[in-house]
Design a protein around this ligand. Sequence first.
Ligand SMILES: *[C@@H]1O[C@H](CO)[C@@H](O)[C@H](O)[C@H]1NC(C)=O
Ligand SMILES: *[C@@H]1O[C@H](CO)[C@@H](O)[C@H](O)[C@H]1NC(C)=O
Ligand SMILES: *[C@@H]1O[C@H](CO)[C@@H](O)[C@H](O)[C@H]1NC(C)=O
Ligand SMILES: *[C@@H]1O[C@H](CO)[C@@H](O)[C@H](O)[C@H]1NC(C)=O
Length: 763
Amino acid sequence: MKWLRIVALSWLVASSAAISVEESVSVLRNEEPALRSRVKFLQEFHPPPTEQVQLTLDVDYYEQYDTLKKRYLASKMSDNQTQALSDLQYLADHDDVDAVYTLAQINLFGNFSLPTNATNALHYYEKMTQLSDNSTAKYMLGFIYATGLFGKVEMDQGKALLYYQLAADQGNVKAALALAYRYSTGLSVAINTKLALYYYNFVANECFNYLKESPIGGPNIDKYNFRVYDLHGGLYGSGASDVASSVPLDFQKVVDIEEYADIGFQSASYKDQVNSVKNAYQGSYWRPRDYDKAFEIAHDCASQGIQLKVVNEVLEGHVHYYKSNSPALVQSVGQCCANLGHMYLRGEGTAKDFDKARVWLERGNKLCRSSENRVDLGLLYELQGTPEYTQKAYELYSLEAQVSPKALYHKAMLDAKTDVLLAKSQILRAAERGSIEAMYQLVQYDDREGGYPDNYLVRGYKRFVESVEPVVCDLSWAFHQLLNRNLEQALIGYAMAAEQGFENAQASAAYLLYSPVGYLEEPPRVPYDRFQSALNYYSRASRQLNMDAEVFLGDIHYHGLKKSQVGDAEDGDGYVVEPDYELAASYYESAAKKGARQARFNLGYMYEMGIGLAQDFHLAKRYYDGVYGPDMKPTIPAQLALIRLWIKTWWYGEKVSEENMEEEKGRTWDDWIQMYKRLRNERAPDPVEEPLHHWSRKYEGEDYSFEASFDISNSDMLFLAVFVTIFALVMVNRWRLLRQQGEDGPGENRNDDQNARFRIILL
Ligand SMILES: *[C@@H]1O[C@H](CO)[C@@H](O)[C@H](O)[C@H]1NC(C)=O
Ligand SMILES: *[C@@H]1O[C@H](CO)[C@@H](O)[C@H](O)[C@H]1NC(C)=O
Ligand SMILES: *[C@@H]1O[C@H](CO)[C@@H](O)[C@H](O)[C@H]1NC(C)=O
Ligand SMILES: *[C@@H]1O[C@H](CO)[C@@H](O)[C@H](O)[C@H]1NC(C)=O
């Protein structure tokens, strides 16, 4: 009987041969471009030739709008696409593992530009773990439970921990990193530094294997590990943010064409080629690396260049390159040779060929001075394995050790054979200057040596593994989703890294969920779950020394969050988050201690007005004084506040300076308020518990004459006058703009911009 059933089964399978996962997937893949062209909001982002990028973020998140968008997208799918999806569903219902996995990914990541569905994603990943022992699916389940996909499915930290654990124990690197972060920070689990260290060590070894398997000289890693808001100057905009930008310098990989305008035509064309090679080889954040093209140009440039007479003279050793007739030209050709050798050495754009690499690298070394070229040559010599060549390599590394961390690292590794202490000090320096390999060796040394606190080692491992992003996360995917305005997908990408402890990703995810507002704008209106997730990420980032995140938390607790600002709250006037001035002040204080100017200003204000803190003009002044701009002068708002403070002190100056303040109790709080109102005609601060006797708290410390230190001069008055004028002009302009908008009515093409608040312009 059994064989009959088998025959029947195979007949069934054969009859449904038309349906297969591969075929369905290929239909979905092939028809993706057509789908995108039919749906306007999927239109691909193309950077203009100047590589200037405008990035637009939505502020508010409306669930209904999102659903509508997905429904619209689904309605634009072709019959073949719909058929392919339902085939996949059919297969998944019949327990085909690949179909289940594909559907899970489509529903979470929106592969092939298809609409996502969080409920379905959870369902298919659950099913996947029942059908197979696949660690990726377990890791994804851990992630889904850890975040609840921001209010779309159930959040369960216990399950998250369990699934991360199961996946990590099967050797899943991403899960191991998430787990390591949880254990090291005590995220819904007791802090266990030993376990954290164990998992970080595991991840670090995987990362190091990746480094070892990459071409000679290490992998080319594109760094996408930056905070998205740093693209427009920081969480609070440029100037107002306190955390240094995380955007890597080489983010702006732009052709510097003007540079060589004055070095003659022929050298210009070679210099041009050098730049083209560089651009093709490095790619940019919206253009992938193109090794084939880089190789082609470098090959042309180098093989033509060495036939030039002036180059030949240098190659044959008649003159040194900088004494030749046209040093710029010779150097450009040298650069091409160096690049060509580099690619032969690593097998990029061509097959690996050490002999050719050597020829070109040695030519490059004669024609120009390039530390990369010398390191390449050193690596090549080291491969020979003989003592003479190793010595030659060592000399080349030594020449460049001052400028190139890579050279320093390789020198240190040779030194390590004879002098471990010297090697370690060099490795330390190379790691500080960004050599990834050195970071790993350093923490390995420390780990082996023993005697270092576990926390210190955890930090070392964390820094190393976060430098090898391709192994542990996919921030480049997240960034490209962002560029294409796929904000929900970008959020998932950043959140995955945020769960693994990347501070920049935490800040980015928080920002995509809930961004702080300037004073004139309405705060974003998002569902409570998203707000709560944002708060979590901000506070995790703040624990990793992100001062701006700390200031943000202070702001949230200062203003509170009204029900009317939460998308899914029931109606009412109450607060979702009650204002808590003391908590706000404690956040500000912590940030101010680390040097956050914004926090100092806010604290100064709270001391000045006596909000949440006992009123104290001295301390207020002290904090205002700490608000320096980049030019080490007080910023404009701080100057204004200082002037205001000065006027206040002057108004009731004598009273303040009198010793026996106890007698002042006769004056009620309301009197003070009236005075404020008369003075500045501004909003009266909310009453606080102990208004009066703290008012006079003397400045602790040495004798300090308050008024004398307010040295208000003519220039301050001039400044005040200028400020008032500018303010008036701005208001008039704004009013005109508003009126104009009112006349025009809501424009036709405002659709895209209605939800948009930020336009991030990159050069
Ligand atoms: C749908 O699939 C069929 C068979 O594979 C193919 O002939 C047809 O061109 C496809 N339709 C579209 C719109 O691509
Ligand atoms: C779907 O997209 C994710 C994220 O980029 C990717 O890791 C995965 O391999 C894709 N799956 C398929 C079936 O294309
Ligand atoms: C997701 O799919 C489920 C079941 O197919 C459906 O009930 C639900 O409405 C979908 N959710 C969204 C947001 O489309
Ligand atoms: C999980 O399953 C998918 C689909 O069968 C496969 O592509 C992937 O490599 C598996 N992952 C692991 C870690 O086994």
